[in-house]
Every structure is written in C-alpha cells, then in structure tokens.
Design a protein around this ligand. Structure first.
Ligand code: M6R
Length: 613
C-alpha cells in the first residue's frame, strides 16, 4: 500500500507541485494517513508533509511556491509508526541531503536501526523508511546509484522506493522488490509511480519494474539494472486506458460512477471473445492448449476479498458447465496450507489490481510446484500477469473507489467465459446449449442497465431504514451465496455496519440465534432451484421478529408474504443472476454509507491495493 510518485525534467518547472499532487490524488486510494512531497529547487531540497488526507497537504502547499526540476511524493497507509507528520514520507538522512519515499515493509529495520544508532545516527521517526534514508547516506560516497545498491542488498522485506539526492540533481533512483513500481516515459520528462493513473495524464508508455530491479531515471533516458548492477532492458507497454475513465464525470463518488459503469465493464470483458454466430469463444490469451484443458483434474481459484467472491461464483459456473472440480481459496490461506498441485491442476488468480501480495505469492507457489497458472486481471502488465502462464484481462478500465464494484462485475463476466470455454473444449456442452448461453451473456448489459434504472431510487429510499441498525445478516443460496457475502462486505467496508453473509440453509445451524427485531436480514431470493427453501428460511426469520429485505424477481408476489421490503430485479437464468443481484446490494451499501456521512471512496483503514502480506 502507500502511493509513490516521482518526476524529473530538464528545466525548473513551476507546475511541479501540481504534477506531484495530481499523481498523489490518483494514488490516494492506496492510503490516506498522511502525505508529503519533496522538490529539488535551486536552493536545495524542499520538503513538505502533512498528516491526514492529501487535501491537508494541498492546503499547506497553497501558500508555498516550489519550482524545481525533480520531485517525489507519497501518500501513506501506516504500517510502522502512527499516522503523524514526523512519520510521513518523504524521509531524509541526518544531513538532509537525500529524500526517500517507500511502499512496503522492511522486516529487518530494527536490526539496521540499531546498527546505525551505534554509529551515532539519530532518528526522527518510528518508520522503517527512515532507516533506508540513513543507510543510503551511510554508504554514499559521491555515487547515489551505488549507495542505493549497497543499501538494497541489506534490506529484507518488501519495498518500492524512489530516492533523490541534492548533490545529484540530474537523476532519481527507483527500485522494487515485492511492492509495485513502474516508470513512465515522457517527452523530455520521466516519471516513477506506484500505479498507472498517477501518470496517465503525461504518458501512456509504461515500463514495469520486476522484483530486484533498479532504475536510474534521467529526464531523457532510463537506465535499468538488477540490484547487482547487471544492466537490463524491460519492454515498454502502451496503455490504452482513457483518462476520462479515471475522473468522476459529474458523479459525487467514484463508487457510484463505477456502479453505473458496470454494464459497459461487462460488455468490455466479453469484448471480441464471443464469435459472431455465438458458436465459439476466443480465449487464446489464457495460453492453455485443448490437451491441457482436457487433462485437468482440478482447478483452484485463489483471490482475496471481492475477487474471492467472484471466484466462488466461478466455482459454481465451472462445475456446472465444464464438470471440473473447483476449489476456491483465500490467497493468504492457500500458500500456507501446502496445497496438492501438479501439472494437471490449473490455478487461477483473480485480482483487479494484479498486485495483491497474498494472491501474487500464492501464484508464485503454484508455479514453483508445477501447476498450470493463469490470471483474471484488470491492470495490464501488473505483477500477477508477469508470473502466470496466461492472463484473461477483464478490461474494466481504471477502478478508483476502494470498494470494488465494476471489477467484480467484469470478473463475473470472465468466469462465465472461462466456464463455457472449458465446457466446449472438454465437450461437456452441446453447440446449441453453448450458443444459447452466449446469447444470454450478451443480453446481460442491457438487463443491468434496466436494473440500475429500476432499483436505484427504491434502494436509496430503503437505505434510511438500515440507518437504525448496527448489524445485518445477508442470506443467499447456491450461486447467490457469494453475492450475500459480497453484499455484506460492501456494507461493512464503507458504512462500518457489522454485516455477515451466510448460506441461507446454514442459518438454522447457529446464526438464527441472533435474529430479533434488531437484526435485519437482507436476502437474495430470486427465481432458482432453492427458491422455496430460501422462502422457508425467511419465514423462520419473520417468526422471530426479524426485518426482511428481499431481492426478488420482478413479478414474484409470494415474496411479499415473507419480506417487509422487496427490491425487484429483472428475470434472468439463475446462473447469471449474481450479475444482476449484486447491483442493488452495492447501491444499498453506497447509500447507507452516504447517509451516515462517511467517505465512500476512501473508507477508514483500507487501501485499494494490498501490497503487503
Ligand atoms: O486487487 P484485488 O482484486 O486483488 O483486491 C482484492 C481485495 O483486496 C479487494 O477486492 C477488497 O476486498 C476490496 N476492498 C473490496 O471492495
């Protein structure tokens, strides 16, 4: 977590602070405990930091004029040391000759700190980052690149860093291991950033650094090395994201805008992957041959948070259509439980950012153990895509809100495509069935539009009801059980109301003890195999005075006997219902958080890309 930006040009630039702040604004989703910038001015290094959100730093900078050729900036998600100004980045060495911004965790920083303290170093913060700054100054003998190199060899843990030295104003040094970092090639200016949106206004030509890479960044050239000094080249990737997609476009929040972008996100994932006559799928980028797919005896899906729930939906779909057993694992558990993997196992990572540390590490383990691997990923060229054998990009466009919505929808589109593709290759589906299924998939964006239109106003009104409560239970069954989990996650992460998702049939095995007038139940109860069973579960809730809010299929009158409030959604086949049913739950979380007065796009304690384990 934490966001880093670096800029270097030939001439002193009066807009340098705007460039850094604009970049940090687009990285603020990575953390917002404090922010800071350092600028290389004619007079030397100027450092400004402020605790809290970036807007606090912007206020502070309003009365300060900074003109410089180079600068670095940072937005922090606190790990070592409380969110205070003295713990904010950039950090300096004792002589204030250099500045460092850092994303990651240095595991051996206490040992290094002790070692430096014994040499007389005094520290001004509680952070691991300050130790990096001191260590670089300790090794510095007129060559910043060399000093950084020696420092990196001493560090254990995860880092992406950007360093600027007053005696070497012509370049910045960047390096990464585990945490993400990329370079942006501009015209006479170059950039360093944690993520693409930070520099998209200036360039679309990106170089991703790999673990163990270092870069010396001049205004007109980029030199790349391994930490041991071996020179290297990395490919330049051209990013085709639209900058407008990373703006709010008149919406009050990115989350609401992204909810409304879902029909388009779903279409973009389907993209050109379905043939004209709906007879076959084009998924060559997953790099799995028909023989490999036919030989599979198990699939693992590994992911975190919302992406994990998309994986659970994927399990239902792949097992239904392709008849391959699927296990879905929380990535942070998968890697520690010694999973049984071989060349007939496919491990699929699902991740919006492609940088989630737990998922990335799980995929490295799968690769080491000889499994086939692939990613379902949004961000082009991100770390997971560089580990897996193939990648199915979901093409959702930039997702800025910390609460994931449109990426989830695009992940659902992707797992549908995979399930049908696997089924076709393994001859588990007839051509007419496949054609009909793809036809249904194609209809969905229009039905999603219809859903948004139909449910937004009633859900907004309903959100006032939930304000009274401190807890909520979400119920769903079958393929909609993950949707109950996702609804609960959305509510808790942005409105801070305690919410739990449960398989409706499990309720009587424990959670029913919680049901009383203070425990509202939000149930996904659209048409499907388990409809009658869920109705029975809801009767049990009503019998205990619980308030029932149901997401039901339009035209369903029976539901009114058991639900206090009903949100109607269009009818779709059950296997596609998660795509529709999640929409009212996302909107409910949004409007509840809004009414409670919380910062919807930047909920407390969270960061969008979780790049630490
Ligand atoms: O970038 P990823 O999809 O790998 O992120 C996974 C989770 O961190 C993410 O889905 C998280 O749970 C979101 N805040 C959910 O809204």
């Amino acid at each position: 977590m934490c966001g880093i930006i670096g800029y270097i040009g030939h001439e002193p630039n009066p807009e340098i602070v705007d460039i850094l702040i604009d970049g940090l604004q687009r990285l603020e989703y990575r953390g917002y405990d404090s922010a800071g910038v350092a600028v290389m001015t004619e007079a030397g290094l100027e450092l400004q930091r402020e605790v809290g959100k970036l807007s606090n730093l912007v206020k502070k900078l309003a009365s300060i004029e900074l003109i410089g050729r180079a600068g670095i900036g940072h937005t922090r998600w606190a790990t070592h040391g409380r969110p205070t100004e003295y713990n904010a980045h950039p950090h300096t060495d004792p002589d204030k000759q250099l500045v460092v911004v850092h994303n990651g965790i240095i595991e051996n920083y206490l040992d290094l700190k002790e070692e430096l303290a014994a040499l007389g170093h005094q520290f001004a913060s509680e952070t691991d980052t300050e130790v990096i700054a001191h260590l670089i100054s300790h090794y510095y003998q007129g060559d910043l690149k060399e000093a950084v190199q020696k420092t990196l060899l001493r560090l254990e843990g995860a880092y992406s860093i950007c360093v600027m030295h007053v005696k070497e104003p012509n370049y910045l040094v960047a390096a990464k291991t585990s945490s993400p970092l990329l370079l942006g090639k501009g015209d006479g200016v170059n950039f360093i950033a944690s993520d693409i949106p930070a520099i998209l206004r200036h360039t679309r030509d990106i170089i991703y650094l790999e673990d163990g890479d270092m870069a010396v960044v001049y205004p007109d050239k980029l030199e790349l090395f391994r930490i041991d000094g071996t020179p290297l080249e990395r490919p330049v990737q051209h990013i085709d994201w639209n900058l407008v997609a990373a703006e709010k476009m008149g919406y009050d929040h990115f989350m609401l805008k992204e909810i409304h972008e879902q029909p388009a996100a779903f279409s973009q994932t389907l993209g050109g992957r379905i043939s004209e006559g709906h007879q076959r799928l084009y998924l060559d980028e997953i790099n799995l041959t028909p023989e490999q797919l036919k030989g599979l005896n198990r699939i693992y899906i590994v992911a975190c948070g919302t992406a994990y729930y998309a994986g659970m939906v994927g399990k239902y779909l792949i097992e239904k259509f392709a008849r391959i057993p699927v296990e879905v694992d929380v990535a942070s558990e998968f890697r520690y439980r010694n999973p049984i993997l071989d060349g007939q196992t496919l491990v699929i990572a699902i991740s919006q950012s492609g940088e989630t540390a737990d998922t990335l590490t799980a995929m490295k383990l799968a690769k080491q153990q000889g499994a086939l691997t692939m990613g379902v990923i949004n961000v082009k060229g991100s770390a997971i895509t560089r580990v897996t054998d193939g990648t199915l990009y979901i093409h959702a466009g930039p997702e800025i809100s910390v609460a994931s919505t449109k990426a989830f929808i695009a992940m659902l589109a992707a797992v549908n495509l995979l399930a049908l593709h696997f089924a076709q290759v393994r001859e588990q589906i007839s051509l007419p069935e496949l054609t009909a299924a793809m036809h249904e998939l194609r209809r969905l964006p229009r039905l999603m539009e219809e859903t948004l239109h139909a449910v937004e106003a009633p859900v907004n009104a309903l959100s006032t009801v939930l304000l009274r409560y401190h807890h909520c239970l979400y119920l769903g069954r079958g393929i909609n059980f993950p949707i109950a989990l996702e609804g609960a996650l959305k509510l808790k992460e942005i409105s801070y109301i305690h919410a739990e998702g449960y398989a409706a049939g499990e309720m009587k095995h424990g959670p029913i003890a919680l049901i009383d007038a203070l425990m509202p139940v939000i149930a996904v109860v659209t048409e499907g195999d388990a409809y009658d069973k869920v109705i029975s579960n809801l009767k049990e809730v009503r019998a205990r005075d619980g308030l029932v809010i149901a997401v039901a299929t339009v035209g369903d009158e029976r539901i009114k006997d058991v639900a206090n409030e009903v949100i109607y959604v269009p009818a779709v086949p059950e296997w596609l219902s998660p795509v529709i049913n999640v929409i009212p739950l996302q909107l409910l979380a949004y409007y509840v958080a809004l009414r409670r007065g919380y910062d919807v796009d930047q909920p407390r304690n969270l960061a969008k890309s979780v790049t630490v384990e």
